[in-house]
Design a protein around this ligand. Structure first.
Ligand code: FES
Length: 149
């Protein structure tokens, strides 16, 4: 499905802005929004480019630069931090050789932070794209990451 088709899955109503942006970003192999996407969405919704740009830059889930095929989001909210979430973060950074906001050289993973994912009973928690992983321990991370190629 090309970008125009993705956009036209939604009615041309400004209330659909976030949904359309998600659709475009989720279907981009590098999980980001290109400049042409912002222009196309603005035109379709009869909004200005700066209105769309303002929304994209306000929400941390949107990116204007290329990211990995898989986005790892580490929960940085207090419950996960107290449950040794920092050990998970340190292990991921070391194993992947990247810092927060960076992408591995092979374009496979991008490491990001997120706020509470709503699974505090399983802290520490992280997401890989749409998959949630809880009760994390450093030693199980390689097995989890091996599922994403
Ligand atoms: S604090 Fe991490 S999932 Fe709630």
């Amino acid at each position: 499905m090309d970008k125009t088709q993705l956009i036209h899955k939604f009615a041309p109503n400004a209330d659909n802005l976030i949904l359309i942006l998600h659709e475009l970003q989720n279907n981009h192999p590098q999980h980001y929004l290109e400049e042409e996407d912002l222009r196309a969405v603005a035109s379709y919704l009869n909004m200005t480019h700066s209105q769309v740009y303002g929304v994209v830059t306000f929400y941390s889930m949107f990116s204007l630069k290329p990211r990995g095929r898989y986005i790892i989001r580490i929960c940085k909210s207090p419950v996960c931090e107290l449950e040794k979430g920092n050990r998970i973060e340190e292990t991921l950074k070391k194993d992947l050789g990247i810092g927060a906001g960076e992408t591995t050289a092979d374009g496979r993973f991008t490491l990001e932070y997120t706020i509470c994912l709503g699974h505090c009973d399983k802290s520490p928690v992280m997401m890989v794209n749409e998959d949630v992983y809880g009760d994390l321990k450093p030693e199980i991370l390689p097995e989890i990451l091996s599922e994403y190629n």
